[in-house]
Design a protein around this ligand. Structure first.
Ligand SMILES: [Zn+2]
Ligand SMILES: [Zn+2]
Length: 143
């Protein structure tokens, strides 16, 4: 049996299944939030909308057996975009669920379709621009 952390949020119709399955016969006892205490910007793979999530938005769900193979082909990627609001040097970090070994043209396609209005940079600014309007600094697999 596989359990997977799933993120839910008011106003976001799609649950986000994180490709971090753990094999266990019983319900996992650890927190389903893998990132310490930090809230994170996460992009929904279904509608490309990024919003802020924290531990209270996460819970475990049992992964249907037939999806176990599909989820292992996916990875969490970190997209880094410079903020630039009022010359801010901060960075906007958005977690994106995409397949492992994704190629640059596909990465660019994901960034272009991303709706990340209103997510926060490291210095607390809320974005008022489309992230695709700026060259990104990084798009790399993190887990
Ligand atoms: Zn969505
Ligand atoms: Zn900023």
């Amino acid at each position: 049996m596989y359990f997977v952390p799933v993120l839910f949020q008011n106003g976001e119709p799609h649950p986000i299944w994180l490709p971090l399955p753990i094999q266990s016969e019983t319900f996992p006892s650890q927190t389903p939030w893998p990132w310490g205490t930090e809230p994170r910007n996460v992009a929904c793979p279904s509608c490309s909308r990024a919003s802020e999530y924290s531990e209270s938005n996460s819970h475990w769900e049992q992964l249907p057996f037939h999806q176990a193979d599909a989820i292992t082909k996916m990875a969490i990627h970190l997209l880094v975009v410079p903020c630039g609001i009022e010359q801010c040097a901060g960075l906007i970090e958005i977690l994106v669920i995409a397949k492992r070994g994704i190629l640059p043209p596909e990465r660019n396609g994901i960034v272009r379709s991303l709706n990340a209005l209103g997510v926060v940079c490291g210095n607390g600014h809320r974005t008022t621009f489309l992230v695709a309007s700026k060259p990104f600094q990084a798009f790399r697999e993190i887990e």
